[in-house]
Design a protein around this ligand. Structure first.
Ligand code: DX5
Ligand code: ZN
Length: 216
C-alpha cells in the first residue's frame, strides 16, 4: 500500500485545521507541507508558524515538510521545533548537501532530498546512505495543479534501483500531478509515498481519492 501524503497547498487555508483533520479522518497517512520562499520558486506560501499550527492536528501522522527555499540550513531548526518529522531540502538549493542532511538528522528529524525535474539522480550517489527519503519532483516546483512531466517516471525507476541495490530503507516519494487515475504509474516505477494536492483536496469524494491512491 502506498503512503498517501496530501499537500495542504490545495487546502482551504482559512479552515486549515479542519482540512487537515478531514483528510486524516478519510485515510491520509502523512501531511505534506509545501514551503516556498519566492526565491527558489516563484511562489510564496508559509513558514514554521503554519507547520506549528498543523502539527498538533496531525497528531501521530507524519508532518512532511518540503522546503522549496534557498539556504534551507538557516531554517532547519525552526521547522523541526515547529513539528516537522521529515525535512526535505532541494539538492539544487544546497551547496553542501551532505552537511545539510547531517544537520537534519542531528536535530532528530528524518532527512529528505528533493530533485527538480532536470536534476539527474546521480547527485544522490554519495549521499544515499545519509538520507531517509528521496523526493522526485514530477512537475517544476512552485504551484499545485500542474501536469506530470513524464521523465520523472524514468527517474523514479533509477532511484528505486539504486536504493534496492544498496539494500537501503530510503523511502521514495513523488510530488506533482499525482492523481487517483495515474497513481499506479508512479507506484509501478517504485514510489512509496504519493504526494497529492489538488488530487485529494480538490476531489468531490476525498475518501475515495485517498483510497484509490493507497491501492495504486
Ligand atoms: C509543487 C508542490 C506540490 C504540489 C502538488 O511545488 O511541491 O506538493 O502541491 O500539487 P498537485 O498534486 O496539485 O500537483
Ligand atoms: Zn511538495
Amino acid at each position: 500500500m502506498a503512503i498517501v501524503a496530501p499537500s495542504i497547498l490545495s487546502a482551504d487555508f482559512a479552515r486549515l485545521s479542519d482540512e487537515v483533520g478531514d483528510v486524516l479522518e478519510k485515510g491520509a497517512d502523512w501531511i505534506h507541507c509545501d514551503v516556498m520562499d519566492g526565491r527558489f520558486v516563484p511562489n510564496i506560501t508559509f513558514g514554521p508558524p503554519v507547520v506549528q499550527a498543523v502539527a498538533p492536528v496531525a497528531g501521530d501522522a507524519t508532518v512532511d515538510c518540503h522546503l522549496m527555499i534557498v539556504e534551507p540550513d538557516r531554517y532547519l531548526e525552526d521547522f523541526h521545533k515547529a513539528g516537522a518529522d521529515v525535512i526535505t531540502v532541494h539538492a539544487e538549493a544546497c551547496v553542501h548537501l551532505h552537511r545539510s542532511l547531517q544537520a537534519i538528522r542531528n536535530l532528530g528529524a528524518r532527512a529528505g532530498v528533493a530533485l527538480n525535474p532536470h536534476t539527474p539522480p546521480e547527485v544522490l550517489d554519495y549521499v544515499l546512505e545519509d538520507l531517509d527519503l528521496v523526493l522526485v519532483m514530477s512537475v517544476n516546483p512552485g504551484f499545485g495543479g500542474q501536469s506530470l512531466i513524464e521523465s520523472a517516471l524514468r527517474k523514479l525507476e533509477v532511484v528505486r534501483g539504486s536504493v534496492d541495490r544498496r539494500g537501503l530503507s530510503v523511502l521514495l516519494e513523488v510530488d506533482g500531478g499525482v492523481k487517483p487515475d495515474n497513481a499506479r504509474r508512479f507506484t509501478s516505477a517504485g514510489a512509496d509515498v504519493l504526494v497529492s494536492g489538488s488530487g485529494v483536496f480538490g476531489a468531490q469524494d476525498r475518501a475515495a481519492a485517498i483510497a484509490a491512491l493507497k491501492d495504486a
